[in-house]
Design a protein. Structure first.
Length: 339
């Protein structure tokens, strides 16, 4: 594959043209992906830790209307919202973020095709970037990824001294390159290969198949109780996760005759998540709720969609107020099957 090259100056110029052409560009900052105002502000540092939250909300917003309604005398008028079809560019997504859209798309196109998700996903171009960060919470290699994975990216960046090597990954990425190829030149493939070979990868700390099998056979194991003793049920882990996708739907009345139906983020760690109208709750304590979180990610989703519902980014562990570490938990579960 012929690698391309774009200098830092040309990248700035390209971003300015895209912004002028009504593209929205988002780049990683400490707390999340922020909208780029002008190309001169482009800074991509692949040695920094993942942002505190992913770019999930760009494609799957925290809250969005799915219908508006008006109650007339004899009927109810349904008004469809206008879905923003503007093109978004995610510039500099680490592999643990870039793969997220492909993982979530499985559930959003399972028994019903979610038009809201699909339009945003189709209109989003992802520039992945080689990751040069690795701390005690990273475990991308244990869930089938790596710091140099290109899965989910449309184009993939490899930082060089004065710019970036660019690898075209998808047809969408090829179309983009053909339209803006004047900003790119060629580069020696060996230079990029050398940089990739020097990237330190996290150790593989568990076998996902062993984890899945242990969960399958140990639904009532006392181990789950130890996790529930610590979990506060705050939902931080779900909201910063690039692939957690639970939501609820509620009707909000503006007045007696008008309102809207909203889709809002939700989380399986909330007590109210499974609370029945009768008052019964099948997950009536935090142990059961945390068991659901781990089981969904490492058993239910892989069995249903052949995808692990986790990218190993470590965000949930870094931000947990009581220091629950999902990497440690799943590593322990993987070791139980060897006893």
């Amino acid at each position: 594959m012929e690698e391309k090259f774009i200098s830092q100056v040309k990248l700035q110029e390209l971003c300015n043209e895209l912004i002028d052409n009504n593209f929205d560009i988002f780049i990683p900052k400490e707390y999340g992906y922020q909208k780029l105002v002008k190309g001169e502000n482009v800074t991509l540092d692949n040695s920094l830790k993942p942002t505190k939250s992913s770019f999930k909300d760009i494609i799957f917003p925290k809250a969005e209307p799915i219908i508006y309604y008006k109650k007339n005398k004899s009927d109810i008028e349904i008004i469809d919202p206008q879905i923003n079809k503007k093109t978004n560019i995610i510039l500099g997504a680490k592999p643990c973020d870039a793969k997220s859209v492909a993982i979530m798309s499985k559930v959003f196109n399972w028994d019903y095709k979610d038009e809201f998700f699909n339009i945003r996903a189709e209109n989003t171009l992802i520039f992945g970037i080689l990751c040069n960060f690795n701390d005690e919470f990273c475990f991308c290699t244990s869930v089938g990824l790596s710091p140099k994975s290109t899965e989910g990216s449309d184009l993939f960046l490899v930082p060089l001294n004065d710019g970036y090597g660019v690898r075209i990954i998808s047809p969408k990425g090829e179309d983009f390159y053909q339209k803006y190829n004047s900003y790119f030149t060629t580069v020696d493939n060996k230079l990029i290969e050398e940089i990739e070979s020097n990237v330190k990868e996290p150790d593989i700390v568990f076998d996902s198949e062993k984890v899945r099998n242990w969960i399958k056979e140990n639904f009532e194991d006392s181990y789950w109780n130890t996790l529930g003793e610590y979990c506060l049920g705050c939902g931080q882990c779900a909201f910063v996760c690039p692939v957690c996708h639970c939501f609820d739907i509620v009707d909000e009345d503006y007045c007696y005759t008008e309102g809207r139906r909203m889709k809002n983020w939700d989380a399986c760690q909330f007590e109210i998540f499974t609370l029945h109208a009768s008052g019964h709750n099948p997950r009536d304590d935090q142990s059961k709720r945390y068991r659901q979180r781990i089981s969904h990610k490492f058993k239910y989703y892989p069995e249903k969609f052949n995808e692990i519902l986790c990218t190993g980014c470590g965000r949930c562990s870094r931000g947990c107020p009581v220091s629950i570490d999902i990497k440690k938990i799943v590593t322990e579960i993987g070791s139980f099957s060897e006893v």
